[in-house]
Design a protein. Structure first.
Length: 174
């Protein structure tokens, strides 16, 4: 764990760490997940967000597809900066305000970022998670080697490229 102080409190975390930012403590946890687990989690996250939009719309019938697509857009907006170098993929994004605990779930081809309710710190499964973002990765990664850096509301993820993708990335970028 390493702290730097360019513009507020920042922290680099390998796996699990605590981040002090703007006088608020934020825990960061990482987990590895299979592609199938991520597919199911993405579908559930979009479904929950679409239902919230349905609630906000006053339970008006006939807008289910509109709510689904809006939820999908909100969760998968791609204002993400990706870069590939030295056998690593780096993803930088702003996640805005978040809960006191972030869970970064990584599979070989995607990342899900969850905010956990304060009472869900011990058990990270189930409905105590709110999906904040869904990232589709441009190349395969080794999910076990994620490094997370969080500063204010900006998140940087550094992931080692999967063995087969590191060769492709070198030839495509160099």
């Amino acid at each position: 764990m390493r702290r730097v102080f360019p513009s507020g409190e920042c922290l680099k975390s390998y796996g699990y760490g605590a981040i002090l930012r703007s006088n608020v403590m934020t825990d960061v946890k990482t987990e590895w997940a299979s592609v199938e687990e991520h597919d199911n989690a993405m579908r559930n996250a979009i479904e929950r967000r679409a239902y919230r939009l349905y609630e906000l719309d006053g339970f008006t019938a006939g807008h289910d597809q509109e709510h689904w697509f809006q939820a999908e857009r909100q969760l998968t907006s791609q204002d993400i900066e990706f870069s590939i170098g030295n056998d690593f993929l780096t993803a930088r994004l702003s996640i805005g305000s978040c809960s006191s605990t972030l869970l970064i779930s990584v599979s070989a081809h995607s990342i899900l970022i969850f905010g956990l309710r304060d009472d869900a710190r011990e058990d990270c499964d189930g409905v105590d998670r709110e999906c904040l973002r869904i990232l589709s990765l441009p190349v395969g990664v080794d999910a076990a080697g994620v490094t997370v850096e969080f500063c204010d509301t900006d998140l940087a993820l550094r992931l080692p490229l999967a063995v087969g993708d590191s060769i492709f990335a070198k030839s495509a970028c160099g």
